[in-house]
Write a protein that binds this ligand. Structure first.
Ligand SMILES: [Fe+2]
Length: 540
């Protein structure tokens, strides 16, 4: 299970970026470890903060002190409270009367008692007298003083988080619930626990640029989860927990009546997207299989991805508060130019958001997800960042390797067997449909056409109730539907076609499948059942 999120720079770092650097901070006069080259003439204030812990061996009665070289003025906060101020009136962006001061020597000031083992945060804002000043210095160290001697708490040259060229958000002087070097170094921590357990476990996170935006995409990969278990997780941002949210792992064995929802072509308007996402949550599925054209960002619009994620996070929630996990395939609107290119698909760099968000897909946009030995999902890239024929061999291999799994679904974006609103993907008919038939895939979910369709079970395009493959789609989760040609029944492989926004709910029963076409208000407008065909009906 992977958890992904995107954080905007302006949620986190209003007007500037918190970074990590060694003290002191400044420019001019060659006394700075972190040189702020852009400061002169551009901005006059720098903000730094760091967690501290008074060593347990500090004697009673010890005093915390700051040793500082500063040019020109500063305000020091301990655990969110101002405890020391030199040479400035006001604070933050509304300072006045900064007095000139040179950082020639270390100066020491008491900043309150130092209790052994005490943890907290030191935050300092440093201000220059003049934006064009020839130098600036903010170089602190923190010690405790006992019996006339100094003992280090934050050493000279230690790393501090610093914000240069922007104004910090409210509460920047307080970062509660954290300690040690880690707190200074990480903007985010991810923690989770099995529901009912006390200890939060932390998982390493990965971060990368979110497309070409200033935003970052983050992932935490959770291994070692117990099946059929409820977990909660939270994201700790600068020491402040956000969440918690809940998810549930799939059962290790088949359970009669388990279900999932599927569909694609999601974000036409936010109202449509929200409505269908709410429906997806209410149906309480194990997961959602999403078949491309997710945010309609066309590889260029990061804001649409943020909206899409926001909607899913808020709306696709089960009645008991569980988030619905998604399994996603790529569509043309994930890619620059948003063309269907079965033979000349561009590289992954043309789908920057899709790949930076769902970075676990090292193989590309084709993937398999296996649930114990009772269900497998296969996703393929229908000519968006990979050519159709280039995936045929892989597809044959992964299907062939899963012959023993009694339930199997394939999902991709571009329909091979559509309702006639656009041309059919003949490359897929030729390359992939024979494999679906050979390996008895239960249902293939297609998208892209903004209609509802259900085919008969078909082999080579001809109805075959016994051996045929069912194709369902065609992608109208949250988009304006297209008009279906009146003579759609001439396409003899079609069993049903409607211009309706919908999702498809699939219920897995012990010896059959139930497929339901459902609108956002939960109305079932079409349904069918198919028997379990892959081997004997059994309890797997
Ligand atoms: Fe599409």
């Amino acid at each position: 299970m992977s958890i992904h999120w995107v954080a905007a720079s302006n949620d986190e770092r209003p007007g500037g970026e918190w970074k990590l650097g060694a003290a002191g901070f400044g420019y001019g006069d060659d006394d700075d470890q972190t040189v702020l080259k852009a400061m002169r003439g551009k901005y006059r204030s720098v903000y730094i903060r760091r967690a501290y812990e008074v060593p347990a061996k500090a004697p009673r009665g010890a005093e915390l002190t700051v040793g500082i070289r500063y040019d020109d003025a500063f305000i020091l906060y301990r655990d969110g409270k101002e405890v020391l101020r030199k040479g400035v009136e006001g604070a933050g962006a509304s300072i006045s009367k900064v007095k000139k001061h040179e950082a020639e020597v270390w100066e020491y000031f008491k900043i309150g008692p130092a209790d052994p083992g005490q943890k907290g945060v030191i935050a300092i804002e440093g201000h220059n007298e003049n934006i064009d000043s020839s130098d600036f210095t903010l170089r602190p160290r923190i010690d405790y003083r006992a019996n006339g001697k100094l003992y280090p708490v934050i050493r000279e040259g230690a790393s501090w988080a610093y914000l240069a060229g922007g104004a910090p958000g409210a509460g920047w002087t307080r970062i509660g619930g954290i300690g040690g070097d880690e707190a200074a170094a990480t903007r985010y921590k991810f923690s989770y626990r099995k529901k009912g357990e006390r200890e939060w476990l932390s998982a390493p996170i990965r971060e990368r640029k979110f497309g070409k935006t200033e935003d970052l995409a983050f992932s935490a990969d959770l291994g070692d989860l117990k099946p059929a278990s409820r977990y909660e997780f939270r994201i700790v941002r600068w020491g402040r927990p956000v969440g918690p949210w809940e998810f549930e792992t799939a059962p290790a064995r088949f359970q009669d009546g388990m279900s999932f929802v599927t569909g694609g072509d999601m974000y036409g308007t936010r109202a449509w997207l929200d409505a269908m996402n709410l429906r997806a949550g209410k149906e309480d599925p194990l997961f959602a299989l999403l078949g491309g054209d997710l945010a309609y960002a066309n590889g260029t619009n990061g804001g649409r991805w943020r909206d899409w994620l926001d909607s899913w996070n808020k709306c696709a929630v089960a009645p008991d508060g569980r988030l619905i996990p998604m399994v996603v395939a790529i569509g043309n609107h994930e890619v620059k130019g948003y063309q269907y290119r079965p033979k000349n698909a561009p590289g992954r760099e043309d789908a920057p958001f899709f790949y930076s968000l769902f970075s676990g897909k090292s193989e590309g946009a084709n993937f398999t997800v296996d649930f114990g030995d009772y269900l497998s999902l296969v996703g393929v890239d229908s000519g968006h960042t990979a050519n159709i024929a280039a995936q045929t061999q892989w597809l044959g291999r992964v299907l062939g390797n899963r012959l023993g799994i009694p339930r199997q679904f394939v999902c991709y974006h571009r329909p091979a067997w559509g309702t006639g609103v656009k041309a059919d993907a003949t490359d897929i008919r030729r390359e992939w449909s024979p494999l679906f038939e050979q390996f008895k895939v239960d249902c293939v979910f297609e998208n892209d056409h903004h209609t509802y369709k259900r085919t008969h079970p078909i082999v080579g395009g001809e109805r075959s109730d016994k051996d045929g493959i069912l194709y369902m789609g065609d992608g109208s989760w949250g988009v304006k539907t297209r008009n279906i040609p009146k003579d759609w029944k001439k396409r003899t492989y079609l069993a049903e076609a409607q211009a309706l926004r919908h999702l498809i709910k699939v219920t897995l029963k012990r010896d059959e499948f139930l497929y339901e076409g459902m609108t956002e208000d939960g109305k079932i407008f079409d349904k069918t059942t198919r028997p379990l065909r892959r081997g004997e009906a059994d309890t797997r």
